[in-house]
Design a protein around this ligand. Sequence first.
Ligand code: UDP
Ligand code: MG
Length: 176
Amino acid sequence: MRRGVAPRPGGPYPLRRQGLPRASLPAVETTLVLFKPDALHRGLVGRILARFEAKGLQIVGLRLLRMSPEMAARHYAEHQGKPFYEGLVGFMTASPIIALALRGPEAVAVVRRLMGATFGIEAEAGTIRGDFGVSRSYNLVHGSDSPESAARELELFFPDGLEDWEPVQAAWLWDA
Ligand code: UDP
Ligand code: MG
């Protein structure tokens, strides 16, 4: 009996060996997640982070910081002038946040699905916003809405770049 066989890079049954063309592989993306002040005040950081980790997303950046009004204005530039904008900046700068860079197959869309719809009261059960809140503004998390937004937002929160490392689980989690 063979024992202790190490998984090969690319997993034991990679898509390649299933006869699927490389082009069908999902793109590996990196996305920005923010734990908003309410997530820290409510002591939900660990439980929310656990969901992203369990999904198979890799942490490549992590920072605790206090957002300045200037930073909030840059991050939420698309919302300037909207009725909720001033309140949003006040909320996001009220106390520290955690910025997280997550990497994985189609990470931008995967994170948005895990987060759920914008308002907790409408977000589906099973999602982060759906399970942990009922507010229309205090909604615990931010996630980039496209790969282009992710690139811009990651630059804002991680100007010194991200940490590149090979998770040992990758071979069993990610198609190759
Ligand atoms: N927001 C709010 N009131 C609104 C719409 C949005 O307070 O009517 C806040 C909320 O915190 C939301 C953020 O502004 O997460 C950004 O809004 P967006 O529409 O981009 O939602 P998201 O991408 O976060 O789901
Ligand atoms: Mg948005």
